[in-house]
Design a binder for this molecule. Structure first.
Ligand code: PHE
Length: 455
């Protein structure tokens, strides 16, 4: 069987680290704070947490169960479970979404490389005002050659790891670095909380103002929960397919969700007190984190080292996420189309680069992409919303519908418990997967279409 040489994680820890590596990334540190800021703070955060619990965790388990049973990429997995049906197209949507996300994510990831370089050359060693930091950021994103080169560099790094395969590349890259990121984040959070005026930031982040909830706030919170946990496109199907049969899969999945959510909240605890302290608006948009963070480093003892460590780890966190995005696409071409892993990684990486160019030009480099279709919203943000919110939500809806109504909860549970570890609260989880997830996500999507609050 082809599965013999697909590779496997070296154990449960290897999987947790790799899956946490996929989940933890710019979604937590860039996307969560800026989306929370744009959507009014506390109420959004509460909705996000509710979606992680009620939708995120059931979808994690649904995807992992499919992956473990079939040991296949998303398309192959649905083919194996229901041959000659339309379901494999759901896997196809996942592969396409992975590509769509990678094509804008790699642009942002490229920016982190530039900040890492700035850290090394001492740009963030001293005090910096919000205006100075904004100028640095705008210079970077508006420079087309720089943005495109950084995107290429980041995709290159991604290809280098993915072409080597599952445990060889992906696992080793994550093992020590994710815990280190956590430590740095805790250090930054302590600094941020002790800044003058920082408490206002915490109030903004955690005190819900329910009058701020609109359809698009709900949609953004749902999208954020799925995006951050790498759900709705088969990344967890693919990663679950490499999970050792003897280990406790559901516990590993829950740990990844807990770890990921902790990092996002921690990023919020860093960004919001700092932005109130230096006077940046919470709804400043996608540049928020890039502008706010450099203003903190200068006030830290050993600020430059802190900046270097932080941007190095952020680049690595982004890399372990881009690896998982490319891995889904590569696994499909390797398993289903018989490509060699090496060729698939290079060809698809190159194709993705071409598709990423408009996003790299959309922050000032080209007027057409900066104000895409006259919408006032840039091309990168369009992609972030289309792939990151809508496509993932549709994917999550259909995956839970599939597990609940087609494949069946008993089969999913058998897969999750096949190592002999019972899933605590299995009944409740079954109800969440079968009813709550598809219905809730369906209602949100229909509501958005009816009220046309797309952004
Ligand atoms: N979860 C990743 C992050 O938070 C992004 C991602 C989304 C990765 C979907 C894989 C699939 O950065």
């Amino acid at each position: 069987m082809a599965t013999a040489n697909r590779g496997q994680w070296s154990g449960k820890t290897g999987f947790i680290l790799a899956a946490a590596g996929s989940a933890i990334g710019l979604g937590n540190i860039w996307r969560f704070p800026y989306t929370a800021g744009e959507n009014g703070g506390g109420a959004f955060v509460l909705l996000y947490l509710a979606f992680v619990l009620l939708i995120g965790i059931p979808v994690v388990l649904a995807e992992l169960s499919i992956g473990r049973t079939t040991e296949k990429n998303p398309v192959g997995a649905f083919k194996a479970l229901v041959p000659n049906s339309l379901w494999p197209y759901l896997g196809g949507l996942g592969v396409l979404t992975g590509f769509g996300i990678l094509a804008f994510y790699s642009v942002l990831a490229g920016w982190t490389l530039s900040y890492l370089y700035g850290g090394i050359t001492g740009v963030y060693g001293g005090a910096m005002t919000a205006a100075e930091s904004t100028a640095i950021f705008e210079h970077l994103i508006g420079d087309p050659t720089l943005s495109i080169s950084l995107t290429a560099a980041f995709l290159f790094l991604t290809v280098i790891v993915v072409r080597k395969g599952v445990s060889g590349g992906i696992e080793k890259a994550t093992k020590i670095l994710m815990p280190l990121l956590l430590i740095i984040l805790v250090g930054l959070a302590i600094r941020s909380l002790t800044l003058p005026g920082g408490v206002d930031g915490l109030v903004y982040l955690f005190k819900p103002d329910f009058t701020k909830i609109t359809g698009s706030v709900i949609m953004s919170a749902l999208g954020q929960a799925l995006f951050s946990l790498s759900l709705g496109m088969g990344a967890m199907i693919t990663y679950g397919s490499y999970f050792p049969k003897t280990e406790n899969l559901h516990q590993a999945g829950m740990m990844v969700a807990a770890f990921d959510t902790t990092i996002a909240i921690l990023a919020g605890i860093i960004i919001f007190p700092a932005l109130f302290s230096v006077g940046v608006a919470p709804d400043a948009g996608p540049g928020l984190v890039f502008v706010v963070l450099p203003t903190i480093f200068g006030s830290l003892p050993g600020g430059q080292l802190f900046a270097i460590a932080f941007y190095a780890l952020l680049s690595i966190a982004a890399l372990t996420s881009t690896i998982s995005l490319l891995e889904v696409v590569v696994a499909y071409f390797v398993d289903e189309k018989g490509w060699s892993r090496n060729n698939a990684a290079w060809i698809l990486g190159a194709l993705c680069f071409v598709l990423a160019v408009p996003s790299a030009l959309s922050s000032g480099g080209s007027e057409m992409f900066t104000n895409f279709l006259g919408s006032g919203v840039d091309f990168l943000s369009w992609n972030n919303i289309i792939w990151g919110n809508y496509s993932l939500s549709l994917g999550a809806l259909l995956i839970t519908f599939f597990v609940g109504w087609k494949w069946g909860i008993p089969a999913a549970m058998e897969s999750l418990e096949s190592s002999g570890h019972k899933l605590p609260g299995a009944k409740l989880m079954g109800v969440l997967i079968k009813f709550v997830c598809p219905i809730a996500v369906g209602i949100v999507l229909i509501y958005i279409i009816v009220t046309q609050q797309y952004f």
